[in-house]
Design a protein around this ligand. Structure first.
Ligand SMILES: [Zn+2]
Length: 481
């Protein structure tokens, strides 16, 4: 049961008004054609990670561009990058005061082959028990495509010739390969992409019965630290115990990464962290979270993390440091009595709003230098970082997403966050616009796994949400001049 307080916070329960029924009628009339089109797109194996599928990724971009023109977008362009192309579309509202919204998604997919454990061909979509199975059904073609029928339903229900907001779409082709050219593309096209808000449709919600809006994503910084001792492996009898050992040093370094409360012990790491408000903690606590089930999904035998925080807080709203790999010295069969010449550790840091990846890098460098004994040299290499993003619960655009989703789902909408990291943060940073998330996928959809699917009922609720969202945003939020 949800408390009266939460009910007030998300202000739900609309009667089925005429806009809701007009949207539903339009979707019902067009759902068959919509699903046929989506199936056609899903048949294109746009696997960005595999070079032999590069022509398919290009074909997928062209297919989408043609479909967006057919949908009515007056401007549709395929934007080349040094890798796979992105698709850009724009539909001006005609009202200079209307906000501009940029929808982000991706048209490439993860690799998939029948022998990975698929019950059917991953690139031959099938519907079973009201679920559509295919690679990309949920991640992310289904969730991109619901915007096409969504905007048509919005026009049909409102009688408008153009959307109530200026609607832009940026659908990239390399998300599943780590978006190597995305940041450059966004910087180059920043003027065209300018928006008052970014809507990311590449995430999910809590469950079939609990519609949720994600309000933020953690950022990510990663590094490898190499420790160098003797110039080569040396005899442990002749030298061991009398020179520093890099494998011992790396173990001590890792042991010093957290304190006894599982807090990150790197001085300055928590600088700037935006703490959860009491209200956010309450809202997290009200989600129907089953820790036992979560542990089964995690394949872990216990929960563990920063003292004073729940599991959901730890994965959504707290920064972390994780050891991703560690090694050094002899790894072969039997024994080899040496002092190894080197050791390494790979670390990743999930960051939350308020943390600056460059500041974290500096703090980690200073901490590591401080920990190591004389005679152990070290090299630290940081990869490119991803910034965190977070939209406050009372942001007017976030409230619009919540209301639109509530109308589509006829249910109270709760808030979640995303523990992972994504290229949406680049849009926030370059465009200076808040990032909002609109996704209808559920955890059982099997992203990146065999038998990926999307729930057709939820997909159509996504269409409905998009249909209401543009009107709500235009009614409740004006373009900031
Ligand atoms: Zn995705």
């Amino acid at each position: 049961m949800m408390s009266a307080r939460a009910d007030r916070l998300v202000s739900m329960s609309h009667p089925v008004d005429s806009a809701v029924s007009a949207v539903r009628t339009y979707i019902e009339q067009h759902r068959a054609a919509f699903l046929d089109d989506l199936a056609e797109w899903l048949r294109i194996p746009s696997v960005s990670a595999q070079p032999d599928h590069a022509p398919d990724v290009r074909r997928s971009a062209d297919w989408l561009a043609a479909k967006l023109r057919e949908t009515g977008f007056p401007t549709v362009e395929v934007w080349p990058t040094p890798g796979a192309p992105a698709v850009y579309a724009e539909w001006p509202s005609g009202d200079p005061q209307a906000p501009t919204v940029l929808v982000y998604g991706h048209h490439d997919v993860q690799p998939a082959a029948r022998e990975d454990g698929w019950d059917t061909d991953p690139f031959e979509p099938v519907v079973r028990e009201n679920r559509l199975y295919a690679r990309g059904a949920a991640d992310d073609k289904g969730q991109v495509f619901f915007h096409t029928l969504g905007v048509r339903a919005h026009l049909a229900a409102t009688g408008r010739p153009a959307p109530a907001v200026t609607l832009k779409l940026l659908i990239e082709g390399e998300e599943e390969s780590g978006s190597p050219n995305f940041r450059d593309l966004v910087e180059r096209q920043a003027e065209r992409l300018a928006a008052d808000a970014v809507i990311v449709s590449d995430t999910g919600m809590w469950s079939e019965d609990t519609p949720t809006v994600c309000t933020g994503m953690r950022g990510l910084a990663e590094c490898e630290i190499r420790l160098l001792g003797p110039d080569q492996d040396i005899h442990s009898g002749s030298f061991g115990g009398a020179v520093p050992n890099p494998a011992t040093a790396v173990a001590r370094l890792v042991a010093a990464l957290h304190d006894e409360h599982a807090r990150v012990a790197v001085p300055g790491f928590y600088d700037g962290v935006v703490e959860l408000t009491d209200r956010e903690r309450e809202l997290f606590a009200e989600l129907p979270f089953d820790e036992e089930e979560w542990l089964r999904t995690a394949r872990s035998h216990a929960a563990h993390g920063e003292a004073g925080h729940s599991t959901l807080e730890r994965i959504w709203a707290r920064p972390t440091a994780e050891v991703n790999g560690i090694g050094g010295g002899y790894q072969g069969p039997g024994i080899k009595t040496i002092v190894p010449s080197s050791a390494f550790v790979k670390l990743s840091f999930r960051l939350v709003a308020g943390q600056d990846p460059e500041h974290v890098e500096k703090a980690v460098r200073a901490w590591a230098a401080d920990q190591l004994p004389a005679g152990i040299r070290h090299e630290i290499t940081f990869g490119p970082a991803t910034r965190p993003c977070l939209t406050p619960l009372d942001h007017p655009a976030l409230q619009s997403v919540v209301r639109a989703m509530g109308r589509a789902f006829d249910a109270p909408v709760r808030f979640t966050r995303e523990g992972g990291s994504g290229p949406a943060a680049d849009l926030q940073e370059v465009l200076g616009a808040p990032v909002l998330f609109l996704g209808i996928s559920v955890p059982s959809d099997g992203w990146h796994a065999p038998n990926e699917k999307v729930e057709l009922d939820l997909l159509l609720r996504g269409v409905e949400t998009a249909a209401h969202l543009w009107s709500d945003l235009a009614d409740n939020w004006r373009h900031a001049p």
